[in-house]
Design a protein around this ligand. Structure first.
Ligand code: AMP
Length: 451
């Protein structure tokens, strides 16, 4: 099965696919079509950019028959407003020759009363963020007992946003007998728990990380002194406006995002998005980047994952992510749907270990580029790079440690930094989800079996 014709799908869908210009199914589409259509629970591990949205929409739309039933039969959950909008757009495009009633709902500016009115008119598919959907379900305008298929897109981000409780609350409103379809870019303990708790013998398909998208991406890396020297290098590269015509720059957090924006030479051509910016600001920034008003978009990892932007010429990792998977997500934003893309990684000596972790995950060594001679090295340290002030009482001890040797100090600082980052991230997640022990669940299951 290598073409959409082999899928044996409705003519109306084939025509829409032809209008969209898709020539052949992507690997995740090949892997998921017949299983989802067959009605089994399904877990797809695939990053954004692999065609995962169409992978679940095609079988859903193939199966959806015309109905004038008021309450929706398909529920699609997504973590962000941006993703909700994109999914609705893709449904509208795919169903241009069909009669499908679809609505996207999310919080913020989107008015709940107008959403209620739209629901009352009757729907086939409802797409939304968990909190807004739950609020609507509580009003009784939206009745979810008619749902036959539940799709959760970007489950990993959903759990990262702390939506676990909202998901469980929503599940209470759904009929027990339903088809569950989950899509996630990465497999995490929390995703695993959700699968264990709510899915029935799911068929799991993984599109390997070293699969399609990475092959289309030319990768390079520069070893750079520090934050401000990274800014100088970026300014140097971005001077070439033809080559760098649509550049997505990833930074670790919102502080770096704002600082980079303030110090970049190309402010008027640059937009910024991160979790502290309002929904409207985020939409405007994305819009400007998509329509070409801004050539450069600075973004943090989580925020950027839900957006689908084509033709990104370069993805620049301004910092080296501590979690290697994040690098894969980042570069997956270019080279999409088999187009050629480019990715550049900036790393400092301190970030070298993180770069090695990324390379071992990809099983690929990122080609190294010499730092250009004409770019000035700026010794000034950013607030985050500045050494923290020592406590009075242990300063003597720490001073002696520093004097043991820069290399030792750097290594131990790096190790302890990495350790704290990981511990605090884990702790944060634990606090957020009050993680039930899986082992416990298993014992409970065994007990049940014995009974
Ligand atoms: P997604 O992974 O769902 O975010 O999709 C990434 C991009 O690939 C979207 O812009 C889709 O329109 C596009 N796409 C999806 N399926 C195909 C296909 N079979 N051929 C070409 N492009 C596709």
């Amino acid at each position: 099965m290598n073409t959409f014709d082999d899928f044996k799908i409705k003519k109306q869908l084939l025509n829409a696919i032809a209008d969209l210009g898709f020539e052949k199914p992507t690997p995740i589409q090949l892997e998921s079509y017949s299983t989802i259509l067959g009605g089994s629970d399904f877990v797809g591990i695939a990053q954004t950019g692999t065609g995962k949205t169409i992978a679940y929409l095609l079988p859903i739309l193939q199966d959806l028959t015309y109905s004038d039933q008021a309450q929706p039969r398909v529920l699609i959950l997504a973590p962000t407003r941006e993703l909700v909008v994109q999914i609705v757009e893709q449904i509208e495009k795919l169903s241009s020759y069909l009669s499908v009633r679809v609505l996207g709902v999310y919080g913020g500016t989107n008015n709940m009363n107008s959403q209620k009115q739209a629901i009352a008119k009757g729907l086939d598919i409802i797409v939304g963020t968990p909190t807004r959907l739950y609020d609507l379900a509580l009003t009784n305008v939206l009745r979810l007992k008619s749902i036959k298929k539940l799709i959760i897109d970007e489950v990993d981000i959903m759990l990262d946003f702390g939506y676990k409780t909202q998901l469980k609350n929503l599940f209470e409103h759904l009929p027990v007998k339903r088809q569950n379809i989950l899509f996630s870019a990465t497999m995490t303990t929390y995703v695993d728990e959700l699968i264990d708790g709510f899915l029935i013998n799911p068929v799991k398909k993984t599109i390997s990380i070293s699969g399609t998208p990475l092959e289309n991406i030319r990768q390079e890396s520069f070893c750079v002194h520090n934050f401000y020297t990274k800014v100088n290098l970026l300014n140097h590269l971005l001077k070439d406006k033809n080559e760098y015509n649509k550049v997505l720059i990833f930074v670790a957090g919102k502080l770096s995002a704002d600082l980079l924006y303030e110090t970049l030479n190309f402010k008027s051509e640059t937009s910024v998005i991160h979790a502290n910016k309002t929904d409207n600001h985020r939409s405007n920034s994305i819009e400007k980047f998509v329509n070409g008003t801004s050539r450069i978009l600075i973004a943090t990892d989580v925020i950027a994952r839900g957006i689908d932007i084509d033709n990104i010429s370069f993805v620049i990792s301004f910092d080296t992510p501590s979690y290697p998977e994040n690098y894969i997500h980042r570069i997956g934003r270019t080279g999409r749907a088999e187009q050629q893309g480019s990715a550049i990684l900036f790393y400092t000596e301190k970030e070298k270990a993180q770069k090695i972790a990324i390379e071992s995950l990809m099983n690929y060594t990122i080609p190294f580029k010499e730092f250009p001679e004409e770019v000035e090295i700026n010794p000034q340290l950013s607030p985050e790079e500045k050494p923290k002030l020592l406590d009075e009482d242990d300063s003597a001890h720490k001073k002696s440690l520093i004097e043991v040797g820069a290399a030792f100090h750097e290594k131990s600082a790096k190790n302890s930094k990495e350790k704290t980052e990981r511990i605090s991230y884990k702790r944060k997640l634990k606090e957020k989800y009050k993680k039930p022990l899986r082992r416990g669940d298993k014992i409970q299951n065994l007990k049940k079996k014995k009974r």
